[in-house]
Design a protein around this ligand. Structure first.
Ligand code: M6R
Length: 366
């Protein structure tokens, strides 16, 4: 059942080239310049003409929503809010008839997300679902949606569901951008071609497994970790920190790198490993100066860099390369080494990676 792997989490991390390809299969047809989401149909006009979109989720699914926020704003020029379903439902939120929501959930059974959907629907909102488990409660309760088609995820730490969620949300954003006229046909073609290359690039990123295992040996006894990123890699930093917390029980925090100087920089000393997502996009130079700030305070830097990088990697104690990509799709690659790092650290600490303490795969109680 684990298909030759030692753990479900390991299997699920390594099958991401296939799960992402499955998620795009029959939807993204590059040669024809086609992007079709069959499940979004009757209500597609409300999505295309939305004045605002609210994304709902918990945990990793909330992180996927944060990545999507950058995409919807940038590609579709639509204001976006991303809400923890558990906060939203108890906040007397302002919901008007026809408002548009997208609920994100692997299991489709998360109680808080389900309750937030019911609340939104009761006020006349249109709710789309981005769900993995077919026929689950959230899939049934939402008006329409797009399944992840990632296959069953058994490990408690969500991995392939995250990359599939980001893939589906990217496809929705790119399609909407074209229909709204906020991206041109040639930008559309470029973005779908970038998405289409992701499975192959994820496979390349996974080849650094042995290097990451060796790094895990060095840092397995750390008591704290910081994860920093900017732009759409900020939510990836949150996701990397969550993975480490939940399966290795090391305290880890994710922050936008620019926020470091507003507090967390005080934590930095020679015992503090800091994982930077330092890929070569618009914020590269800024990230490089953030690395410098950590190094000058004797922090240990692990940098996730674009292949061939020289500057960030020369400043970092260790660097892990990922293939070059358009910044819109980079989170699908930058998260891979973070998943592997948490997996190897947890194993080396003797933790049960598939069933961490105190956690259940789906949280059906509030
Ligand atoms: O099934 P869902 O996507 O609705 O679950 C949401 C969270 O409970 C889930 O992502 C949780 O945070 C994971 N254990 C994270 O790895």
């Amino acid at each position: 059942e684990k298909g030759g792997y030692d753990h479900f989490m390991q299997k699920e991390v390594f099958e991401q080239p296939e799960s992402i390809a499955n998620c795009m299969r029959g939807r993204l047809v590059l040669e024809k310049g086609e992007l079709v989401l069959g499940g979004i149909n009757e209500y597609s006009q409300s999505l295309i003409h939305a004045k605002k979109i609210t994304l709902l989720g918990c945990g990793t699914s909330w992180h996927a929503g944060l990545v999507a926020e950058y995409l919807f704003e940038d590609i579709c020029r639509i204001p976006v809010e991303v809400e923890y379903a558990s906060e939203f439902r108890y906040r007397n939120p302002i919901i008007n008839e026809g408002d548009v929501f997208i609920a994100i959930s692997q299991s489709g059974e998360t109680a808080d997300t389900l309750a937030a959907i019911e609340l939104a629907k009761s006020k006349g909102a249109i709710v789309f679902g981005v769900v993995n488990v077919v026929g689950s409660s959230i899939a049934r309760e939402t008006h329409e949606g797009a399944y992840l088609h990632a296959g069953p995820e058994i490990g408690v730490a969500s991995t392939k569901a995250f990359t599939a969620q980001v893939t589906v949300l990217s496809m929705i954003a790119i399609k909407m951008g074209l229909l709204r006229g906020t991206i041109s046909q040639s930008q559309f073609q470029l973005l779908i071609s970038e998405l289409n290359q992701i499975p192959k690039k994820v496979a390349t990123a996974l080849k650094n497994n042995d290097q990451i295992e060796a790094l895990a040996e060095i840092y397995k006894d750390a008591q704290n970790f910081l994860y920093l990123g900017r732009g759409n890699n900020f939510p990836v930093a949150l996701e990397g920190a969550l993975k480490l917390k939940e399966i290795s029980y090391i305290h880890a925090e994710g922050y936008p790198a620019a926020e470091m100087k507003h507090g967390p920089i005080a934590l930095i000393d020679e015992d503090m490993p800091v994982v930077f997502i330092a890929t070569q996009d618009d914020s590269y130079e800024k990230i490089v100066s953030n690395i410098q700030e950590v190094k000058s305070r004797k922090g240990k830097v692990i940098a996730i860099v674009t292949e061939g990088d020289i500057l960030a990697s020369s400043m970092a104690d260790y660097s892990i390369e990922i293939p070059k990509s358009h910044y819109v799709v980079t989170p699908l690659l930058s998260v891979i080494p973070l998943q592997l790092l948490s997996y190897h650290i947890a194993l080396k600490r003797g933790c049960n990676v598939d069933q961490p303490r105190n956690l259940a795969k789906s949280v059906t109680v509030e």
